[in-house]
Design a protein around this ligand. Structure first.
Ligand code: NOJ
Length: 578
């Protein structure tokens, strides 16, 4: 009997070692290999992916139906935006029950089936964890606001009105930008960095922290493979709420992000939960500077695995952007993490308008090429790439005719705040059309049927009329479609560890149209050439660059003469080097 137990134990050990094993060849032992570094993450906005019950809202059964599609992309991890019970003031980022599934999305049983289906296909699941705030409809808040001596009172931040008005705090989502809301029941103000329906939790209270760790254990015990910590950099606050300098809101990150206490909370979370499971952890936001970012992800500190900074994604504005600036930002972040720490790489998520409309060129002539180029970029940088649903097809921004067509409260409040402060509504609408995050949340475009095959009912957000050309079915069997290019590029990354772990070295940093870089890992070297413009560009490569094989190309083969290459508009190409 003992012998059998020993054999089972050894077998289990081998399996678990294999599970943790990196797919990299042996010779690359100098790098610190981890599955979450090698993973390609696919972010999926559940509300917009696939509706199966005809209520116009995506659901877990819809994700289950599309698991083979996700598998066939070649991605390793799905990050799901919040799917917990929520009154949906902020599409699930306002949670009323952390251990249950939003009614529109399905049930816990659906969740279990979905997770099983993912794991059977070798796909891991990262859940959004939203614990800077809860919903005001969470039981904790209902209790907390009911009386000053309620046991849940200190789960949130309250300011008794008899002490006068609390010092100004800025709210990112409030129509007046005001983060304190008066509540007459107990004659006190509560704090909400986001909307009035998202009261901030009080992380100084150990009970709150333990509740959060229990919630994390609940999901980790179910088998989820990671957490994305929403707005976590804001959780530590000076709860004396001193006066902040006038105008601080213009640079509020300095006063809100990574304040005293934050690292202690993360260490505790790591010790209590993260270290006990093979889960990845990623913070939304990377603090105020490189030091903050390093401290969040430095392995020796035992806090998180990864963070993602917004510097890159924020560059594209409605009046354009400078490629030199973009290159500089990505290169600086890379070099700050060249020796230690790990980054996330992304150009889009659910808080941004569509990648191709912001960083590429969504005109019919250049949409496909530029969207392939952007995916080449994300998937050839050092760091874990995050690819946002629909970007594999080159989905674009949609035209909103008026602010009333936009369901997102944050965008609406931002628009009204600007207009109330004197902005021209027409100009403001132009900005909204370029940057509103609902641009990036329109339903997934599956086919040419009604509502792009997303729902049989009225969708919660209008479907982009261009779904007749841009959709999965149309691209599935076309070998050079955006979709198939994306798959090839994902595979290329998997086959070439140099794209994951290799050193990054930028060439031509001042070139205004070309982004070029070398990646090097031991003897493997590749060159990435990206023409971010509508122009044909002749580029003389340095003498020490010797092209070997073309690994991928989004357009026709390159013309190379005497180490001079001709890049077509939005051409993206990766070469191995001799
Ligand atoms: C960041 C999330 O990404 C965003 O969608 C949300 O509205 C805020 N945090 C508030 O939770």
């Amino acid at each position: 009997m003992k012998k059998i137990a020993l054999i089972i134990f050894i077998a289990a050990l081998i399996i678990s070692c294999n599970n943790n094993k990196s797919t990299l060849p042996k010779e690359t032992t100098s790098v610190d290999k981890k599955w979450w570094k090698e993973a390609v993450i696919y972010q999926l906005y559940p509300r917009s992916f696939k509706d199966t019950d005809g209520d116009g809202v995506g659901d877990l059964k819809g994700i289950i139906e599309k698991l083979d599609y996700i598998k066939n992309l070649g991605v390793d991890v799905v990050w799901l935006n919040p799917i917990y019970s929520s009154p949906n003031d902020d599409n699930g980022y306002d949670i009323s029950d952390y251990r249950n599934i939003m009614q529109e999305f399905g049930t816990l049983a659906d969740f279990d089936t979905m997770l099983k289906g993912m794991h059977e296909r070798g796909i891991k699941l990262v859940m959004d964890l939203v614990v800077n705030h809860s919903s005001d409809e969470h039981e904790w808040f209902k209790q907390s606001k009911s009386s000053r001596d309620n046991p849940y009172r200190n789960y949130y931040h309250w300011w008794p009105a008899e002490k006068g008005k609390p010092n100004y705090r800025y709210s990112l989502f409030d129509v007046k930008g005001e983060a304190w809301k008066y509540d007459s029941i107990t004659n006190a103000y509560y704090l909400h960095y986001f909307s009035q329906k998202q009261p901030d939790l009080n992380w100084e209270n150990p009970k709150v922290r333990n509740e959060v760790y229990d919630i994390m254990r609940f999901w980790a015990d179910k088998g989820v493979d990671g957490f994305r910590l929403d707005a976590f950099q804001f959780v530590a606050k000076d709860t004396t709420f001193p006066k902040l300098p006038d105008g601080f809101e213009k640079d509020f990150m300095q006063y809100y992000a990574v304040q005293d206490g934050l690292h202690d909370y993360l260490k505790e979370m790591n010790e209590q939960v993260l270290s006990k499971y093979d889960v990845m952890s990623v913070a939304e936001g990377a603090g105020r500077n490189f030091k903050d970012a390093h401290d969040l992800v430095d392995e020796n500190r035992k806090e998180l695995n990864m963070a993602y900074a917004f510097d890159g994604v924020g560059i594209a504005q409605h009046d354009g952007y400078s490629l030199v600036h973009l290159k500089d930002v990505f290169s600086r972040w890379d070099s700050a993490f060249a020796k230690k720490g790990w980054l996330s790489v992304f150009l889009a998520n659910h808080d941004q308008a569509r990648m191709v409309s912001r960083f590429g060129n969504d005109s019919p002539q250049f949409r496909e090429a530029s969207s392939k180029l952007l995916n080449t970029f994300i998937l050839s940088m050092r760091g874990t790439p995050y690819c946002y649903y629909g970007d594999e097809l080159g989905m674009t921004n949609i035209e909103f005719n008026s602010i009333d067509e936009i369901p997102d409260n944050a965008t609406r409040n931002g628009y009204y705040k600007a207009v109330n402060e004197g902005a021209d509504p027409v100009e403001q609408m132009k900005i909204v059309n370029f940057s509103a995050r609902d641009n990036g949340r329109t339903p997934m475009q599956w086919d040419t049927s009604i509502n792009a095959g997303f729902t049989t009912n009225t969708p919660w957000l209008k479907v982009n009329p261009n779904h007749n050309e841009i959709n999965v079915t149309a691209q599935e069997n076309v070998s050079n479609s955006c979709l198939n290019y994306f798959r090839k590029m994902v595979q290329l990354r998997k086959d070439n560890p140099v794209l994951v772990y290799g050193d990054y070295q930028q060439l031509f940093p001042k070139h205004e149209q070309i982004y070029a870089y070398k990646r090097t890992l031991n003897d493997e070297k590749v060159l990435v050439l990206l023409n971010f413009s509508e122009k044909e560009i002749h580029l003389q490569l340095p003498k020490d660059i010797s092209l070997k094989n073309e690994l991928i190309n989004n357009l026709e083969p390159l013309t190379v003469t005497d180490n001079k290459v001709l890049l077509k508009p939005y051409q993206a190409v990766i070469y191995s080097l001799k």
